[in-house]
Design a protein around this ligand. Structure first.
Ligand code: MEV
Length: 423
């Protein structure tokens, strides 16, 4: 499979679908799900409560990705213009230098049990740790299927923490959740252990819930970029100048949380879009990403440095709590089609893909920001939207939009005027 598709963006949506179906050899079910709006009202009613309808996002496919030596077409669902184009462009920039190399620390989730009013917290900690193997056994009895698949509770840690309401004893279950996102598995284990923890601590157990700071489930991706692919014709900046400005942009984020928030938002544009397309819980990923970025002072989740032979060395490390089984994905036919397109074999592999997309998204955005600025790219898409809103006939939309951008007059009344002139 080749993820490089020349002129993909110029095709009509239905031609693009045909191209993707052929390239990725998608099943008839996946093709049907992509061609039609996927989630029936009945299915939607099973996903949430008080359902009255569904809301659609555009489902796009980012091209050009090579991840761990495999060409990959990436489904992305997002309402923001330029994101998919930037991801595809970012992937193209890395293509000639080998694409992305990824690794994942393992599908390990953490669950917490909060014990309050413990008279002797440090002694309670030791008591819990003395019972570690029995507690692990009890946790694993909750999910024999997970254990059968090589997962399960692996360790128990206990922390005594200081809070505005005094000391608390927090028992943490370290659980290998295999290909699940794992929320249900670890929450069930925490709830099952609560009575034992209450008895061992002599305190009151209240919360029993996973931590979204999934810092034992880290996805990493790296790539290197030849400065030649970074050069900006529009601004006459050389590849080396753009490269150095990208490193300066990263340093800005490393030195300033106001900038780091936006820098990381750019990363999450790509990651959330894949999470949405696959019906993964993007709130969990967001929470984990920002909590991880805040350790040691809020900073950027990516890194840039000038590496060997002057290449730009790009990397990302981010908690990635995603699943390929057991989540909501199976409830949504389009999300299943997205998974078929991705063709990943495990949650770890999906996490690696998402890290690579976040990295590509980030440096593609930075490249635009340090050179022509992002409004230029946004403006042509914005102009298209304005033309569509002005009821410009489909066949004239591109021409009207280009003319409005050239004139720097992107307005509905101008779109109407141009359409009348061109007709
Ligand atoms: C826009 O959604 C994302 C950017 O602002 C990210 C960034 O500033 O790095 C372009």
């Amino acid at each position: 499979m080749n993820s490089r598709i020349n002129g993909f963006y110029k095709q009509s949506p239905s031609d693009r679908l045909d191209t993707i179906v052929e390239r990725a050899d998608l099943s008839a079910e996946a093709q049907a799900a992509l061609a039609n709006v996927g989630l029936s009202l009945g299915d939607a009613d099973n996903v949430s409560e008080n359902v009255v309808g569904t809301i659609e996002y555009p489902l796009s496919v980012a091209t050009n990705f090579v991840i761990d030596g495999e060409d990959t077409l990436v489904p992305m669902a997002i309402e923001e213009t330029s994101v998919v184009a930037a991801a595809s462009y970012g992937a193209l920039m890395a293509r000639d230098t080998g694409g992305f190399e990824t690794s994942v620390s393992g599908p390990i989730m953490i669950s917490q049990i909060q014990a309050l009013d413990v008279a002797d917290p440090h002694a309670a900690k030791v008591k819990i740790l003395n019972e570690k193997s029995d507690l692990i056994e009890l946790a694993n009895e909750q999910d024999p299927v997970l254990v059968e698949h090589g997962g399960g509770c692996e360790d128990i840690q206990v922390r005594v923490i200081d809070t505005p309401r005094g000391q608390m004893v927090v028992t943490q279950l370290i659980v290998d959740v295999r290909d699940a996102m794992g929320g249900n598995a670890v929450n069930t284990m925490a709830e099952a252990l609560a009575p034992e923890i209450e008895q061992l601590t002599g305190g009151d157990v209240s919360l029993r819930i996973l931590s979204n700071l999934a810092d034992r489930r880290l996805a990493r991706a790296r790539c290197r970029l030849d400065p030649a692919v970074l050069a900006s014709d529009d601004t006459d900046l050389s590849g080396e100048e753009v490269r150095d400005r990208i490193v300066d942009a990263w340093a800005f984020a490393a030195g300033d949380p106001y900038r780091a928030a936006t820098h990381n938002k750019g990363i999450m544009n790509g990651i959330d879009a894949v999470a949405t397309a696959t019906f993964n819980d993007w709130r969990a990923i967001e929470a984990g990403a920002h909590a991880y970025a805040a350790q040691g002072g809020y900073g950027p989740l990516t890194n840039y440095e000038v590496g060997e032979e002057g290449y730009l060395a790009c990397s990302i490390e981010i908690p990635m709590q995603v699943g390929t089984i057991g989540g909501a994905t199976s409830l949504h036919p389009t999300a299943q089609a997205s998974m078929e397109l991705l063709a990943v074999d495990s949650a770890d592999e999906l996490a690696g893909v998402m890290a690579a997309v976040g990295l590509a998204q980030n440096y593609a955005g930075l490249r635009a920001l340090v050179s022509e600025g992002i409004q230029a790219g946004h403006m042509s898409l914005h102009a298209k939207n304005i033309a569509i809103q002005a009821d410009v006939p489909q066949e004239l939309v591109d021409e009207v939009a280009a003319q409005m951008v050239a004139e720097d007059e992107v307005r509905q009344d101008r779109a109407e005027e141009l359409a009348r002139e061109l007709k």
